[in-house]
Design a protein around this ligand. Sequence first.
Ligand code: UD1
Ligand code: CA
Length: 466
Amino acid sequence: MKRMAIVLAAGQGKRMKSKLYKVLHPVCGKPMVGHVLDAALRAGVERSVVVVGHGAEAVQSFLGSRAEYVLQAEQLGTGHAVKQVKSLLGSESGSTIVVCGDTPLVTSETLEGLMKLHESRGAAATVLTAELDNPKGYGRVIRGEDGSVQRIVEQKDCTEQEDAVNEINTGTYCFDNAKLFAALEKVTNQNAQGEYYLTDVVGIFRNDGEVVEAYMSDDIAESIGVNDRLALSQAEAFMRERLAVRHMLNGVTIIDPASTYIGADVTIGSDTVLYPGTILKGMTTIGEACHIGPQADIEDSIIQDGVTIKHSVLSQAEVGSEATVGPFAYLRPGTKLGRNVKIGDFVEVKNATIDEGSKVSHLSYIGDAKVGKNVNVGCGAITVNYDGYNKAVTTIEDDAFVGSNVNLIAPVTVGKGAYVVAGSTVTHSVPDNDLAIARPRQENKPGYAEKIRGRAKAKKQNAKPE
Ligand code: UD1
Ligand code: CA
Protein backbone atom coordinates (compact mmCIF):
# COMPACT_ATOMS: atom_id res chain seq x y z
CA MET A 1 0.00 0.00 0.00
CA LYS A 2 1.27 3.47 -0.86
CA ARG A 3 2.27 5.51 2.16
CA MET A 4 2.27 9.29 2.26
CA ALA A 5 2.72 12.03 4.85
CA ILE A 6 1.31 15.49 5.37
CA VAL A 7 3.12 17.84 7.75
CA LEU A 8 1.13 20.85 9.00
CA ALA A 9 3.37 23.86 9.27
CA ALA A 10 1.40 26.92 8.20
CA GLY A 11 0.48 28.42 11.56
CA GLN A 12 2.28 31.42 12.95
CA GLY A 13 2.35 30.19 16.51
CA LYS A 14 1.10 33.33 18.27
CA ARG A 15 1.60 31.80 21.70
CA MET A 16 5.37 31.62 21.10
CA LYS A 17 5.43 35.48 21.09
CA SER A 18 8.22 35.33 18.56
CA LYS A 19 9.34 36.80 15.28
CA LEU A 20 10.52 33.32 14.32
CA TYR A 21 7.78 31.11 12.86
CA LYS A 22 6.80 28.44 15.35
CA VAL A 23 7.84 25.31 13.47
CA LEU A 24 11.31 26.81 12.88
CA HIS A 25 12.05 27.08 16.59
CA PRO A 26 14.88 24.64 17.23
CA VAL A 27 14.80 21.69 19.60
CA CYS A 28 18.32 20.41 20.28
CA GLY A 29 19.52 22.74 17.56
CA LYS A 30 17.18 21.57 14.82
CA PRO A 31 13.94 23.28 13.78
CA MET A 32 10.89 21.33 14.98
CA VAL A 33 9.53 20.83 11.50
CA GLY A 34 12.86 19.23 10.54
CA HIS A 35 12.48 16.64 13.29
CA VAL A 36 8.94 15.90 12.18
CA LEU A 37 9.71 15.58 8.47
CA ASP A 38 12.74 13.39 9.20
CA ALA A 39 10.60 11.06 11.32
CA ALA A 40 8.08 10.75 8.48
CA LEU A 41 10.79 10.10 5.90
CA ARG A 42 12.49 7.53 8.12
CA ALA A 43 9.15 5.79 8.52
CA GLY A 44 9.34 5.11 4.81
CA VAL A 45 6.70 7.32 3.19
CA GLU A 46 6.88 7.68 -0.58
CA ARG A 47 5.55 11.21 -0.82
CA SER A 48 5.54 13.89 1.82
CA VAL A 49 3.81 17.22 1.56
CA VAL A 50 4.39 20.14 3.91
CA VAL A 51 1.60 22.69 4.27
CA VAL A 52 3.21 26.11 4.55
CA GLY A 53 1.75 29.55 5.21
CA HIS A 54 3.38 31.84 7.75
CA GLY A 55 7.07 31.91 6.93
CA ALA A 56 6.47 29.70 3.90
CA GLU A 57 9.72 30.71 2.24
CA ALA A 58 11.79 30.18 5.35
CA VAL A 59 10.25 26.77 6.04
CA GLN A 60 10.65 25.72 2.43
CA SER A 61 14.24 26.89 2.18
CA PHE A 62 15.11 25.06 5.39
CA LEU A 63 13.50 21.75 4.36
CA GLY A 64 14.51 22.00 0.72
CA SER A 65 13.75 19.32 -1.81
CA ARG A 66 13.04 16.60 0.74
CA ALA A 67 9.33 17.38 0.56
CA GLU A 68 6.64 18.79 -1.70
CA TYR A 69 4.82 21.94 -0.63
CA VAL A 70 1.39 23.49 -0.74
CA LEU A 71 0.52 26.97 0.39
CA GLN A 72 -2.29 27.58 2.85
CA ALA A 73 -2.65 31.31 2.29
CA GLU A 74 -5.08 31.84 5.17
CA GLN A 75 -4.89 29.76 8.32
CA LEU A 76 -8.47 28.64 8.79
CA GLY A 77 -7.67 25.53 10.82
CA THR A 78 -5.98 22.15 10.62
CA GLY A 79 -8.79 20.64 8.51
CA HIS A 80 -8.54 23.49 6.04
CA ALA A 81 -4.76 22.99 5.99
CA VAL A 82 -5.02 19.32 5.03
CA LYS A 83 -7.63 20.14 2.41
CA GLN A 84 -5.06 22.25 0.55
CA VAL A 85 -3.12 19.06 -0.14
CA LYS A 86 -5.95 17.71 -2.29
CA SER A 87 -4.35 19.20 -5.40
CA LEU A 88 -1.29 17.00 -4.82
CA LEU A 89 -2.52 13.84 -3.13
CA GLY A 90 -6.27 13.93 -3.86
CA SER A 91 -6.16 11.20 -6.49
CA GLU A 92 -3.79 8.87 -4.65
CA SER A 93 -4.91 5.79 -2.80
CA GLY A 94 -3.14 4.41 0.23
CA SER A 95 -2.36 5.48 3.78
CA THR A 96 -1.58 9.06 4.70
CA ILE A 97 -0.14 10.12 8.01
CA VAL A 98 -0.85 13.64 9.13
CA VAL A 99 1.50 15.10 11.68
CA CYS A 100 1.82 18.59 13.13
CA GLY A 101 5.03 20.50 12.61
CA ASP A 102 5.04 21.37 16.32
CA THR A 103 5.33 17.82 17.72
CA PRO A 104 9.09 17.36 17.42
CA LEU A 105 9.35 14.22 19.53
CA VAL A 106 7.22 11.95 17.41
CA THR A 107 9.39 9.04 16.27
CA SER A 108 9.61 7.11 13.03
CA GLU A 109 9.03 3.88 15.01
CA THR A 110 5.72 5.22 16.29
CA LEU A 111 4.68 6.41 12.84
CA GLU A 112 5.45 2.97 11.45
CA GLY A 113 3.51 1.28 14.27
CA LEU A 114 0.61 3.65 13.65
CA MET A 115 0.48 2.88 9.91
CA LYS A 116 0.79 -0.84 10.51
CA LEU A 117 -2.09 -0.96 12.99
CA HIS A 118 -4.16 1.28 10.75
CA GLU A 119 -3.68 -0.91 7.70
CA SER A 120 -4.20 -4.18 9.56
CA ARG A 121 -7.56 -2.95 10.89
CA GLY A 122 -8.73 -1.49 7.60
CA ALA A 123 -9.51 1.74 9.44
CA ALA A 124 -10.55 5.05 7.91
CA ALA A 125 -8.56 6.82 10.60
CA THR A 126 -6.19 5.84 13.39
CA VAL A 127 -5.34 8.46 15.98
CA LEU A 128 -2.13 8.53 17.98
CA THR A 129 -3.27 9.18 21.54
CA ALA A 130 -1.64 9.50 24.95
CA GLU A 131 -2.81 9.66 28.53
CA LEU A 132 -1.62 12.77 30.32
CA ASP A 133 -1.95 13.76 33.97
CA ASN A 134 -2.46 17.29 32.77
CA PRO A 135 -4.30 17.15 29.42
CA LYS A 136 -5.06 20.88 29.38
CA GLY A 137 -4.88 22.47 25.95
CA TYR A 138 -5.10 19.26 23.96
CA GLY A 139 -8.05 17.80 22.10
CA ARG A 140 -9.74 15.00 24.11
CA VAL A 141 -10.41 11.55 22.73
CA ILE A 142 -14.00 10.59 23.48
CA ARG A 143 -14.67 6.88 23.50
CA GLY A 144 -18.01 5.09 23.47
CA GLU A 145 -19.17 2.47 25.94
CA ASP A 146 -17.59 -0.25 23.82
CA GLY A 147 -14.26 1.59 24.08
CA SER A 148 -14.20 2.66 20.44
CA VAL A 149 -13.18 6.18 19.48
CA GLN A 150 -16.27 8.31 18.81
CA ARG A 151 -14.87 11.78 18.24
CA ILE A 152 -12.27 14.31 19.29
CA VAL A 153 -13.27 17.45 21.15
CA GLU A 154 -11.02 20.48 21.31
CA GLN A 155 -10.23 21.94 24.73
CA LYS A 156 -12.22 25.09 23.98
CA ASP A 157 -15.30 23.08 22.97
CA CYS A 158 -15.19 20.65 25.92
CA THR A 159 -18.06 20.12 28.32
CA GLU A 160 -17.07 19.72 31.95
CA GLN A 161 -17.30 15.96 31.55
CA GLU A 162 -15.14 15.93 28.43
CA ASP A 163 -12.65 18.23 30.11
CA ALA A 164 -12.06 15.51 32.72
CA VAL A 165 -10.90 13.01 30.07
CA ASN A 166 -7.16 12.29 30.24
CA GLU A 167 -6.69 10.67 26.86
CA ILE A 168 -5.56 13.28 24.35
CA ASN A 169 -5.13 13.59 20.61
CA THR A 170 -1.41 14.00 19.89
CA GLY A 171 -2.23 15.55 16.51
CA THR A 172 -0.71 12.60 14.67
CA TYR A 173 -2.98 10.37 12.60
CA CYS A 174 -3.05 7.82 9.85
CA PHE A 175 -5.87 8.09 7.33
CA ASP A 176 -7.20 6.21 4.38
CA ASN A 177 -6.18 8.82 1.80
CA ALA A 178 -9.34 8.83 -0.33
CA LYS A 179 -11.66 8.80 2.67
CA LEU A 180 -9.72 11.65 4.29
CA PHE A 181 -10.26 14.07 1.41
CA ALA A 182 -13.91 13.02 1.08
CA ALA A 183 -14.59 13.62 4.79
CA LEU A 184 -12.86 17.00 4.75
CA GLU A 185 -15.60 18.27 2.41
CA LYS A 186 -18.03 17.84 5.29
CA VAL A 187 -16.05 19.68 7.95
CA THR A 188 -17.54 23.01 9.02
CA ASN A 189 -16.25 25.80 11.24
CA GLN A 190 -19.15 25.76 13.71
CA ASN A 191 -17.09 25.67 16.89
CA ALA A 192 -15.60 27.84 19.61
CA GLN A 193 -12.65 28.93 17.47
CA GLY A 194 -14.49 29.28 14.16
CA GLU A 195 -11.93 26.99 12.52
CA TYR A 196 -12.09 23.98 10.24
CA TYR A 197 -10.84 21.27 12.57
CA LEU A 198 -9.12 18.21 11.14
CA THR A 199 -10.22 16.42 14.30
CA ASP A 200 -13.86 16.62 13.16
CA VAL A 201 -13.25 13.97 10.50
CA VAL A 202 -13.16 11.38 13.28
CA GLY A 203 -16.80 12.03 14.19
CA ILE A 204 -17.71 12.21 10.49
CA PHE A 205 -16.20 8.78 9.89
CA ARG A 206 -18.07 7.29 12.84
CA ASN A 207 -21.37 8.71 11.57
CA ASP A 208 -20.63 7.08 8.22
CA GLY A 209 -20.03 3.74 9.95
CA GLU A 210 -16.28 3.74 9.28
CA VAL A 211 -13.70 2.17 11.59
CA VAL A 212 -11.66 4.59 13.70
CA GLU A 213 -8.81 3.20 15.77
CA ALA A 214 -6.57 4.65 18.46
CA TYR A 215 -2.90 3.84 18.84
CA MET A 216 -1.70 4.80 22.28
CA SER A 217 1.87 5.96 22.74
CA ASP A 218 3.48 5.07 26.05
CA ASP A 219 6.13 7.76 25.61
CA ILE A 220 4.44 10.97 26.67
CA ALA A 221 7.26 12.98 25.09
CA GLU A 222 5.80 12.11 21.71
CA SER A 223 2.61 13.93 22.54
CA ILE A 224 4.22 17.27 23.31
CA GLY A 225 2.78 19.88 20.97
CA VAL A 226 4.87 22.99 21.32
CA ASN A 227 2.60 26.01 21.47
CA ASP A 228 4.62 28.20 23.83
CA ARG A 229 8.12 28.56 25.27
CA LEU A 230 7.27 26.41 28.28
CA ALA A 231 6.45 23.44 26.10
CA LEU A 232 9.52 24.27 24.01
CA SER A 233 11.77 23.81 27.04
CA GLN A 234 10.00 20.56 27.94
CA ALA A 235 10.50 19.29 24.41
CA GLU A 236 14.16 20.31 24.58
CA ALA A 237 14.64 18.38 27.84
CA PHE A 238 12.98 15.23 26.48
CA MET A 239 14.91 15.41 23.22
CA ARG A 240 18.19 16.03 25.03
CA GLU A 241 17.63 12.97 27.18
CA ARG A 242 16.62 10.85 24.21
CA LEU A 243 19.76 11.82 22.26
CA ALA A 244 22.02 11.21 25.27
CA VAL A 245 20.53 7.76 25.78
CA ARG A 246 21.07 6.93 22.11
CA HIS A 247 24.74 7.96 22.24
CA MET A 248 25.36 6.15 25.51
CA LEU A 249 23.84 2.96 24.12
CA ASN A 250 26.18 3.39 21.13
CA GLY A 251 29.21 3.34 23.44
CA VAL A 252 29.75 7.00 24.32
CA THR A 253 30.46 7.84 27.97
CA ILE A 254 28.62 10.95 29.10
CA ILE A 255 29.83 11.85 32.57
CA ASP A 256 26.91 14.17 33.29
CA PRO A 257 24.07 14.03 30.77
CA ALA A 258 22.29 16.89 32.55
CA SER A 259 25.05 19.33 31.65
CA THR A 260 25.85 17.96 28.20
CA TYR A 261 24.09 19.30 25.10
CA ILE A 262 24.22 17.25 21.94
CA GLY A 263 22.58 18.51 18.76
CA ALA A 264 20.18 16.30 16.86
CA ASP A 265 22.52 15.79 13.89
CA VAL A 266 25.76 15.21 15.80
CA THR A 267 27.52 11.85 15.45
CA ILE A 268 29.95 10.49 18.06
CA GLY A 269 32.21 7.43 17.89
CA SER A 270 32.38 4.78 20.59
CA ASP A 271 34.69 5.08 23.59
CA THR A 272 34.56 8.84 23.38
CA VAL A 273 34.08 10.53 26.75
CA LEU A 274 32.08 13.74 27.06
CA TYR A 275 32.85 15.74 30.20
CA PRO A 276 30.42 18.19 31.84
CA GLY A 277 29.65 21.41 30.07
CA THR A 278 30.13 20.02 26.59
CA ILE A 279 27.97 21.50 23.83
CA LEU A 280 28.04 19.81 20.43
CA LYS A 281 26.10 21.62 17.73
CA GLY A 282 25.14 21.52 14.07
CA MET A 283 26.70 18.91 11.80
CA THR A 284 29.53 18.08 14.19
CA THR A 285 31.18 14.67 13.90
CA ILE A 286 33.31 13.28 16.72
CA GLY A 287 35.49 10.21 16.19
CA GLU A 288 36.24 7.31 18.50
CA ALA A 289 38.10 7.47 21.80
CA CYS A 290 38.09 11.24 22.07
CA HIS A 291 38.04 13.20 25.33
CA ILE A 292 35.81 16.21 24.89
CA GLY A 293 35.41 18.83 27.63
CA PRO A 294 34.95 19.88 30.28
CA GLN A 295 33.48 23.03 28.75
CA ALA A 296 33.83 22.49 25.04
CA ASP A 297 31.56 24.38 22.62
CA ILE A 298 31.87 22.73 19.22
CA GLU A 299 29.82 23.62 16.15
CA ASP A 300 29.84 22.20 12.62
CA SER A 301 33.25 20.62 13.14
CA ILE A 302 34.92 17.33 12.26
CA ILE A 303 36.97 15.74 15.03
CA GLN A 304 38.92 12.58 14.20
CA ASP A 305 39.77 9.71 16.56
CA GLY A 306 41.69 10.06 19.79
CA VAL A 307 41.43 13.84 20.06
CA THR A 308 41.45 15.73 23.37
CA ILE A 309 39.63 19.07 23.58
CA LYS A 310 39.36 20.99 26.85
CA HIS A 311 37.70 24.32 27.67
CA SER A 312 37.63 25.44 24.06
CA VAL A 313 35.39 26.86 21.35
CA LEU A 314 35.42 25.39 17.84
CA SER A 315 33.41 26.49 14.84
CA GLN A 316 33.68 24.90 11.37
CA ALA A 317 37.04 23.40 12.28
CA GLU A 318 38.67 20.07 11.44
CA VAL A 319 40.89 18.36 13.97
CA GLY A 320 43.15 15.44 13.00
CA SER A 321 43.51 12.26 15.01
CA GLU A 322 45.40 12.33 18.32
CA ALA A 323 45.51 16.13 18.28
CA THR A 324 45.07 18.06 21.52
CA VAL A 325 43.25 21.37 21.76
CA GLY A 326 43.14 23.74 24.72
CA PRO A 327 42.60 24.53 27.45
CA PHE A 328 41.12 27.82 26.28
CA ALA A 329 41.71 27.60 22.55
CA TYR A 330 39.49 29.13 19.86
CA LEU A 331 39.39 27.37 16.50
CA ARG A 332 37.47 29.47 14.01
CA PRO A 333 36.10 28.59 10.56
CA GLY A 334 38.59 27.16 8.12
CA THR A 335 40.90 25.71 10.75
CA LYS A 336 42.35 22.37 9.64
CA LEU A 337 44.63 20.58 12.06
CA GLY A 338 46.58 17.49 11.02
CA ARG A 339 47.38 14.41 13.03
CA ASN A 340 49.00 14.91 16.41
CA VAL A 341 48.90 18.71 16.31
CA LYS A 342 49.02 20.48 19.63
CA ILE A 343 47.07 23.69 20.14
CA GLY A 344 47.57 24.99 23.65
CA ASP A 345 46.12 27.68 25.88
CA PHE A 346 44.90 31.03 24.56
CA VAL A 347 45.62 30.15 20.97
CA GLU A 348 43.29 31.37 18.21
CA VAL A 349 43.37 29.79 14.76
CA LYS A 350 41.35 30.97 11.76
CA ASN A 351 41.36 29.89 8.12
CA ALA A 352 44.61 28.05 8.58
CA THR A 353 46.03 24.61 7.94
CA ILE A 354 48.43 23.22 10.50
CA ASP A 355 49.99 19.92 9.47
CA GLU A 356 50.92 16.81 11.36
CA GLY A 357 52.96 17.09 14.53
CA SER A 358 53.12 20.89 14.70
CA LYS A 359 52.78 22.72 18.00
CA VAL A 360 51.28 26.08 18.80
CA SER A 361 51.38 25.86 22.53
CA HIS A 362 50.55 29.23 24.04
CA LEU A 363 49.15 32.69 23.38
CA SER A 364 49.27 32.74 19.59
CA TYR A 365 47.12 33.91 16.71
CA ILE A 366 47.42 31.91 13.50
CA GLY A 367 45.17 33.41 10.82
CA ASP A 368 45.12 32.94 7.03
CA ALA A 369 48.13 30.66 7.27
CA LYS A 370 49.59 27.46 5.97
CA VAL A 371 51.75 25.76 8.54
CA GLY A 372 53.71 22.63 7.59
CA LYS A 373 54.68 19.55 9.57
CA ASN A 374 56.61 19.51 12.85
CA VAL A 375 56.65 23.27 13.11
CA ASN A 376 57.04 24.88 16.50
CA VAL A 377 55.37 28.22 17.02
CA GLY A 378 56.64 29.83 20.21
CA CYS A 379 54.66 31.50 22.96
CA GLY A 380 53.05 34.73 21.85
CA ALA A 381 54.08 34.42 18.20
CA ILE A 382 51.43 35.68 15.78
CA THR A 383 50.62 36.04 12.12
CA VAL A 384 49.89 39.67 11.25
CA ASN A 385 47.38 38.98 8.53
CA TYR A 386 45.36 42.18 8.26
CA ASP A 387 46.31 45.73 7.37
CA GLY A 388 42.88 47.15 8.01
CA TYR A 389 41.80 46.50 4.41
CA ASN A 390 43.27 43.26 3.12
CA LYS A 391 44.02 39.81 4.47
CA ALA A 392 47.34 38.21 3.52
CA VAL A 393 48.72 34.71 3.85
CA THR A 394 51.56 33.48 6.03
CA THR A 395 53.34 30.25 5.08
CA ILE A 396 55.50 28.37 7.56
CA GLU A 397 57.12 25.33 5.99
CA ASP A 398 57.96 21.96 7.54
CA ASP A 399 60.31 21.78 10.54
CA ALA A 400 60.54 25.55 10.92
CA PHE A 401 60.98 27.04 14.38
CA VAL A 402 59.29 30.35 15.16
CA GLY A 403 60.53 31.82 18.44
CA SER A 404 58.43 33.48 21.12
CA ASN A 405 56.76 36.81 20.48
CA VAL A 406 57.50 36.80 16.78
CA ASN A 407 55.34 38.90 14.47
CA LEU A 408 55.08 37.43 10.98
CA ILE A 409 53.89 40.30 8.78
CA ALA A 410 51.98 38.67 5.93
CA PRO A 411 52.44 37.97 3.12
CA VAL A 412 55.56 36.18 4.22
CA THR A 413 57.07 32.69 4.09
CA VAL A 414 59.27 31.02 6.66
CA GLY A 415 61.14 28.33 4.69
CA LYS A 416 61.63 24.71 5.52
CA GLY A 417 63.75 24.19 8.60
CA ALA A 418 64.27 27.95 9.06
CA TYR A 419 64.64 29.53 12.48
CA VAL A 420 63.11 32.83 13.52
CA VAL A 421 64.64 34.34 16.62
CA ALA A 422 62.37 35.33 19.50
CA GLY A 423 61.01 38.84 19.44
CA SER A 424 61.56 39.29 15.70
CA THR A 425 59.18 41.20 13.50
CA VAL A 426 59.54 39.42 10.17
CA THR A 427 58.66 41.41 7.08
CA HIS A 428 60.62 39.48 4.42
CA SER A 429 60.48 35.79 3.68
CA VAL A 430 63.08 33.56 5.31
CA PRO A 431 64.77 31.03 2.97
CA ASP A 432 64.97 27.35 3.92
CA ASN A 433 67.30 26.60 6.82
CA ASP A 434 68.22 30.29 7.35
CA LEU A 435 68.04 32.06 10.66
CA ALA A 436 66.12 35.33 10.79
CA ILE A 437 66.73 37.91 13.44
CA ALA A 438 64.74 41.10 13.17
CA ARG A 439 65.00 43.05 16.40
CA PRO A 440 67.29 45.80 17.71
CA ARG A 441 70.59 44.54 19.05
CA GLN A 442 70.87 44.55 22.84
CA GLU A 443 73.17 47.03 24.55
CA ASN A 444 74.20 46.73 28.24
CA LYS A 445 75.31 49.86 30.15
CA PRO A 446 77.57 48.78 33.03
CA GLY A 447 76.44 49.89 36.50
CA TYR A 448 73.65 52.04 35.10
CA ALA A 449 70.97 50.45 37.24
CA GLU A 450 72.49 51.84 40.46
CA LYS A 451 72.80 55.29 38.89
CA ILE A 452 69.13 55.36 37.89
CA ARG A 453 68.00 54.20 41.31
CA GLY A 454 70.02 57.01 42.95
CA ARG A 455 68.41 59.63 40.72
CA ALA A 456 64.90 58.33 41.40
CA LYS A 457 65.48 58.30 45.16
CA ALA A 458 66.70 61.92 45.17
CA LYS A 459 63.69 63.05 43.17
CA LYS A 460 61.31 61.44 45.62
CA GLN A 461 63.01 63.10 48.66
CA ASN A 462 62.92 66.56 47.05
CA ALA A 463 59.23 66.19 46.41
CA LYS A 464 58.41 65.54 50.14
CA PRO A 465 56.07 68.13 51.69
CA GLU A 466 57.48 70.30 54.62
C1 UD1 B 1 -4.12 20.44 17.57
C2 UD1 B 1 -5.36 19.52 17.56
C3 UD1 B 1 -5.57 18.99 18.99
C4 UD1 B 1 -4.33 18.25 19.43
C5 UD1 B 1 -3.08 19.13 19.31
C6 UD1 B 1 -1.85 18.29 19.54
C7 UD1 B 1 -6.90 20.40 15.88
C8 UD1 B 1 -8.15 21.15 15.64
N1 UD1 B 1 -6.52 20.28 17.13
O1 UD1 B 1 -4.40 21.53 18.41
O2 UD1 B 1 -6.68 18.12 19.01
O3 UD1 B 1 -4.49 17.82 20.78
O4 UD1 B 1 -2.97 19.69 17.99
O5 UD1 B 1 -0.68 19.06 19.56
O6 UD1 B 1 -6.33 19.89 14.95
N2 UD1 B 1 -1.73 24.59 11.26
C9 UD1 B 1 -1.77 24.88 9.92
N3 UD1 B 1 -2.81 25.61 9.44
C10 UD1 B 1 -3.82 26.05 10.22
C11 UD1 B 1 -3.78 25.75 11.61
C12 UD1 B 1 -2.72 25.00 12.10
O7 UD1 B 1 -0.88 24.50 9.18
O8 UD1 B 1 -4.73 26.69 9.69
C13 UD1 B 1 -0.60 23.82 11.78
C14 UD1 B 1 0.21 24.56 12.80
O9 UD1 B 1 1.32 25.22 12.19
C15 UD1 B 1 0.68 23.46 13.73
C16 UD1 B 1 -0.36 22.39 13.59
O10 UD1 B 1 -1.09 22.68 12.43
O11 UD1 B 1 1.94 22.94 13.35
C17 UD1 B 1 -1.30 22.33 14.80
O12 UD1 B 1 -1.94 23.56 14.96
P1 UD1 B 1 -2.14 24.21 16.38
O13 UD1 B 1 -2.81 25.51 16.20
O14 UD1 B 1 -0.89 24.17 17.14
O15 UD1 B 1 -3.20 23.16 16.98
P2 UD1 B 1 -3.50 22.88 18.51
O16 UD1 B 1 -4.35 23.96 19.04
O17 UD1 B 1 -2.25 22.59 19.22
CA1 CA C 1 -0.10 22.63 18.68
